[in-house]
Design a protein around this ligand. Structure first.
Ligand SMILES: Nc1nc2c(ncn2[C@@H]2O[C@H](COP(=O)(O)OP(=O)(O)O)[C@@H](O)[C@H]2O)c(=O)[nH]1
Ligand SMILES: [Mg+2]
Length: 316
């Protein structure tokens, strides 16, 4: 790696996974950045150039010089980070972070947001499965005042291209599981698995984000202060170059993430009340058993007496 390539890389933010209220402004002679779009990459050398070129064209037309594209690469063996940094001379709005000590999609996105300058933060996959054209629709929704604008496969105009029945079933099953464990979050999104969205910095700044695995949108919706969610339909394209990094590990991590959020979203007092309520069941059963076996009381009397004591226990 040449010294020139290293000097082009953006420093890697460290410390807690918290997005700052105000961006740390880099010295720039250009207009202030309004929008920062993170492109997480792992072995995407075959896709990155085309994606950066398409995104730059779209954003140069809409918000010239007021955006930045931040590639966050986890030290890919195919040297995506190096290729991306070589593109900076052609695309001055491009920045590149090379993470060497960490791996993971969600944490890469947070790392990019921590280094971002924009008021509006976004994320898009690098493999062209997310159609870049939708970006402007999402941007318009943010301009109208949405706090979160999500590209969704499950609203009008949305869908998947060539998914097998088994894959569709697995995807819907994961969503149903999410609805069971975390209904107040998952029911707000038609496509909670989406990895293509924009969020207002003010909605997530200062919050401790600690996602496990791939589903950063769920983390943002659960922990952010989000009232207005807007959804735009899109077709999830098939990958043409490179390979998906999804394995069974991501499904396990998804479950871990849901459970972790469930525990942290339930306040301690609610846990305590639930525990007290549940203890009534044991009091009822215990007293009933004692009355029936030790005192040989009749069934109905034992049942009434044990229920009354359980009610008093819960009341106290
Ligand atoms: N930085 C980083 N990016 C990742 C990692 N895993 C996946 N990605 C990127 O995240 C995006 C989505 O990943 P992909 O494997 O295509 O997921 P799929 O579309 O659900 O099969 C792509 O841009 C990947 O290169 C990772 O561990 N670190
Ligand atoms: Mg993909």
């Amino acid at each position: 790696m040449s010294d020139r390539t290293t000097s082009l890389l953006l420093p890697h933010p460290s410390g807690l996974s918290v997005i700052p209220e105000r961006p740390s402004l880099l010295p720039t002679k250009h207009k202030p950045v309004k929008f920062s779009l993170i492109i997480p990459t792992f072995n995407e050398s075959q896709n990155i150039e085309e994606l950066v070129s398409i995104l730059s064209k779209i954003l140069d037309r809409t918000i010239p010089q007021q955006y930045e594209l931040i590639v966050v690469d986890d030290d890919s063996p195919d040297r995506t980070w190096e290729l991306a940094s070589e593109l900076i001379s052609e695309y001055p709005q491009l920045r590149v972070i090379r993470r060497q000590a960490e791996r993971g999609l969600s944490t890469a996105v947070i790392c990019g947001w921590q280094a971002a300058q924009g008021e509006i933060l976004g994320v898009i996959d690098a493999d062209l499965q997310h159609p870049p054209e939708i970006l402007i629709q999402l941007w318009r929704e943010m301009e109208r005042g949405a706090e979160l604008a999500v590209a969704s496969r499950n609203v009008e105009g949305g869908g998947v291209s060539e998914w097998s029945l088994a894959r569709r079933f697995l995807s819907r099953g994961a969503q149903m599981l999410g609805l069971l464990i975390l209904p107040e979050v998952i029911s707000r999104l038609s496509d909670p698995m989406s990895g293509y969205f924009m969020v207002r910095r003010s909605a997530i700044a200062g919050k401790q984000l600690s996602p496990i695995g791939y589903k950063i949108l769920i983390e943002v919706t659960a922990r952010g202060q989000i009232r207005w969610i807007s959804e735009t339909g899109y077709i999830f394209r098939e990958r043409v170059a490179g390979a998906s990094k999804v394995t069974w590990k991501q499904y396990v991590e998804y479950l871990q993430h849901l459970v972790k959020l469930r525990f942290s979203l339930w306040p301690v007092t609610r846990f305590f009340r639930f525990g007290v309520g549940f203890s009534g069941v044991f009091v009822d059963m215990g007293i009933f058993y004692l009355l029936r076996t030790a005192l040989d009381l009749a069934l109905t009397r034992s049942a009434i007496f044990s229920s009354v004591i359980a009610i008093i226990n819960n009341f106290l």
